[in-house]
Write a protein that binds this ligand. Structure first.
Ligand SMILES: O=c1ccn([C@@H]2O[C@H](COP(=O)(O)O)[C@@H](O)[C@H]2O)c(=O)[nH]1
Length: 307
């Protein structure tokens, strides 16, 4: 999958990932009304609205970006209907040729991790049959439990050509509370970066990067530049651009000299672009997909200045 991701980035000249993090206040009234007419103002109604919202976004951006990143929390909170919307969104995005990064941030002991791994990037067995369930191409993981908690995913990555993004330096304001602590003379995020580089060695693609990637926040430019040096063959998934305040200049250090090595996520900045004053002047509520398309083009051009 890492090679497909790189080929798509080159083909589209775009390192943008569109985050599919729907919220009811982002979904235009006409979409919600249709879903509520069918299912009432229920968990199912909200989930149906999310799926229809995502479809319109995907239809407007699939030819411009290599990947989308649905955030599972936005769906999971609505229970089984929300998870159906998550799965349907993944299937639709894949039909449109997009690479799908499931932002699921799992972390558990090996025997439990195996179940997450099979469900998300492997196959689940029912007697003599086996099934793909969530079908993401990549997932995000929390490394707090150490290598034995990550290994069950690496097996499925290598077997089914999938990928991982392991949290190394997160974009949130308090990320330094644990990640910046100095232990044995090095910061924890540096140590985790070195471990990810090591874990990635046996999962190399043909184009020089590993299937095992890292999450590195755009909001910490100094740290991300250091991490680029520590993990030269590791692809970064970079959140924090746009709504969290990071700019293209802030994340320039995430890229290698080849202009590769990072994909940059924006969720609210793209899917809710139509709610911003500058876009409202140009697009009606029904044109939220077109506004998202314009936001993607602006982001692509902004990133291309620095990579
Ligand atoms: O360090 C991290 C890890 C993950 N995220 C996720 O990325 C998106 C960001 O959304 P925006 O609307 O573009 O701020 C969201 O799904 C987060 O859960 C992150 O922000 N930082």
């Amino acid at each position: 999958m890492i090679d497909s991701l790189i080929r798509k980035i080159k083909e589209m000249n775009n390192a943008t990932v569109v985050g599919l993090d729907p919220r009811l206040n982002f979904v235009p009234e006409y979409i919600k009304e249709k879903s509520y007419d069918k299912y009432g103002k229920t968990l199912q109604g909200a989930s149906d609205a999310f799926y229809n919202f995502n479809k319109e976004i995907i239809d407007n951006i699939f030819d411009l970006v290599p990947a989308v990143k649905p955030q599972v929390a936005m769906y999971e909170q609505f229970g089984v209907h929300g998870l159906n919307a998550y799965i349907n969104t993944i299937n639709y995005a894949k039909e449109k040729g997009l690479i799908v990064i499931g932002d699921i941030k799992r972390s558990d002991i090996a025997s439990t991790a195996m179940a997450y791994s099979n469900g998300h990037i492997g196959r689940v067995e029912v007697e003599e049959e086996s099934f793909e369930v969530y079908r993401e191409d990549y997932i995000t993981l929390n490394p707090y439990l150490g290598y034995d908690s990550i290994e069950p995913y690496i097996g499925n990555c290598n077997k089914y050509d999938k990928g991982l993004f392991v949290l190394v330096k997160t974009s949130n304001p308090n990320s330094g509370e644990i990640q910046d602590l100095v232990v044995d003379g090095e910061k924890i995020y540096e140590r985790v970066g070195k471990l990810v580089a090591q874990w990635g060695e046996k999962s190399m693609g043909e184009l020089g990067y590993s299937r095992i990637g890292a999450v590195v926040g755009a909001t910490y430019p100094k740290q991300s530049t250091e991490l680029r040096k520590i993990m030269p063959k590791i692809f970064f998934l970079v959140p924090g651009y746009g709504a969290q305040g990071a700019t293209a200049e802030d994340l320039a250090g995430c890229f290698n000299k080849d202009g590769l090595g990072a994909i940059v996520n924006s969720s609210r900045g793209i899917i809710a672009a139509y709610t911003k004053d500058e876009y409202k002047k140009k697009f009606r509520e029904e044109e939220f997909g077109k506004a998202a398309r314009e936001a993607v083009i602006r982001m692509r051009d902004d990133l291309n200045r620095v990579r």
